[in-house]
Design a protein around this ligand. Structure first.
Ligand SMILES: [Zn+2]
Length: 72
């Protein structure tokens, strides 16, 4: 059993996980800051805007407020 291989494998996975968490987890955290409500497309969650009247640039749907979800 090669301990270095295990360490590198776990380290790599942790790095990828941390990167994903940084991008996706951080977005949830910013909701706590005042003033910046974020609106997102229900079909395309990566489309976000701070403008409540904005439409999704992909499908044209009206954006809904992020975090006010009708279920997770
Ligand atoms: Zn959309």
């Amino acid at each position: 059993m090669d301990i270095m291989q295990i360490v590198v494998t776990i380290g790599g996975s942790a790095l990828i996980g941390a990167t994903l968490w940084f991008f996706f987890g951080k977005r949830g955290d910013t909701g706590g800051q005042g003033g910046g409500e974020l609106y997102t497309c229900p079909m395309h969650p990566w489309i976000t805007s701070s403008d409540p009247t904005a439409d999704c640039s992909l499908c044209g749907m009206k954006l809904v407020r992020q975090g006010s979800g009708t279920g997770r």
